[in-house]
Write a protein that binds this ligand. Structure first.
Ligand SMILES: *Cc1c(COP(=O)(O)O)cnc(C)c1O
Length: 360
């Protein structure tokens, strides 16, 4: 068996120890004689798995008691609609900060449900920056302020938590959740699809302050009503049971690594290896402003894009896959989430140097 270094933006690499544990438990979870996939979501075995996953997530993120943790479905793209349905709470609209492809998708969807204003946009910079907080035009009557904490495609990330007064801050954290400590109390709601930094696709995590619940628009589907899901321990409908189980194993793995402070340091070291090299050469370049660079998704370009395919083929031959940039930006993108070991980034940088030496 050979495992590659998988730089996919999502679904993304999982820690090998998690996959091994899942393999070990595949046919018989803890003497139950069943795979987790075969369990009733209302049985005592799965209820224990679910409760443990929530407990670990609360511990890792230090989630205050007045926040609900929901394990839902529909992905972050589903949340683009589910958030306004639940969070407009009778108000006319909400403020959105536009930092790239994912914020644009959130804005477009939210416009179906309310009067959405763009509080700030990084369009002028070609989405290579995060607009400075003092340039944002916020409406004090907005139902919430929406940000995308890490733009998975453009590779820009917030390295600060914006102060937005008493209006709830809502964040799409799909691609940097659990990569570093976060002060959850500064947010009204945090959401994210699991398939970047948590586990398999199909699970969506929602963390929401409980005073914001109970005012969903009447047309909100029950399965996507936060209050109903919170009242039913996320079991109003059948939850994505296997994905929740794997997420629990990943949470446990993060805890074993030393929690989010250790994760943040591990991620900082990996990203620095790559960015320091990019900045030291004219052969490759990072398009993103230095103070806004993502520690999770590192887009980069070759000076001569005619070499892109040769670069990708050589990477593949060395066991490094999924480095092709998103079709909307071109070039390369290395996604280096929690589960990417330092050795993977070292191998990438070594190959980039070798490629520069032979093609520069
Ligand atoms: C991947 C991603 C999404 C889309 O998630 P789906 O699970 O496909 O709905 C949305 N926002 C961000 C920031 C992402 O990285």
């Amino acid at each position: 068996m050979t495992r590659v270094h998988n730089f996919s933006a999502g679904p993304a690499a999982l820690p090998e120890t998690v996959l091994r544990k899942a393999a070990e438990e595949m046919l018989d979870w803890h003497g139950s004689g069943m795979s987790v996939m075969e369990m009733s979501h209302r049985g005592k075995e799965f209820i224990a798995i679910h409760a443990e996953a929530e407990r670990l997530l609360r511990e890792l993120l230090v989630i205050p008691a007045n926040y609900k943790v929901l394990f839902m479905q529909g992905g972050a793209i589903g949340e683009n609609a589910i958030v306004p349905m639940n969070m407009l709470r009778g108000k006319a609209g909400a403020d959105y900060v536009d930092t790239g492809e994912w914020s644009k998708k959130s804005i477009k969807e939210a416009k179906k449900y309310g009067a959405i204003k763009i509080a700030a946009s990084a369009a002028d910079s070609g989405y290579t920056t995060i607009p400075k907080r003092d340039t944002w035009k916020l409406d004090p009557d907005a139902a919430y302020v929406h940000i995308c904490s890490n733009e998975t495609i453009g590779g820009v990330e917030y390295h600060f938590t914006p102060e937005v007064g008493s209006v709830p801050l809502v964040a799409d954290m799909s691609s940097d959740i659990l990569s570093r400590p976060v002060d959850v109390s500064k947010y009204g709601l945090i959401y994210g699809g699991a398939q970047k930094n948590i586990g398999p696709a199909g699970l969506t995590i929602v963390i929401v302050r409980d005073d914001l619940l109970g005012q969903a628009h009447p047309f909100t589907p029950d399965a996507f009503n936060y209050k109903l899901q919170a009242d039913n321990d996320s079991m109003l409908n059948t939850p994505p049971t296997y994905a929740i189980y794997i997420a629990g194993l990943v949470f446990n793995w993060i805890k074993d690594q030393g929690g989010l402070t250790a994760m943040a340091e591990h991620n900082r070291v990996k990203a620095a290896l790559l960015y320091d090299y990019l900045d030291s050469t004219g052969f490759y370049r990072s398009p993103v402003a230095r103070d806004c660079r993502s520690l999770m998704n590192v887009p980069f370009k070759l000076k001569d894009e005619a070499l892109d395919d040769v670069f990708l083929k050589g990477a593949q031959a060395r066991g490094m896959v999924q480095l092709k940039g998103h079709r909307s930006v071109g070039g390369m993108r290395a996604s280096i989430y929690n589960a990417m070991p330092i050795a993977g980034v070292q191998a990438l940088v070594a190959y980039m140097k070798e490629f520069e030496a032979s093609h520069g």
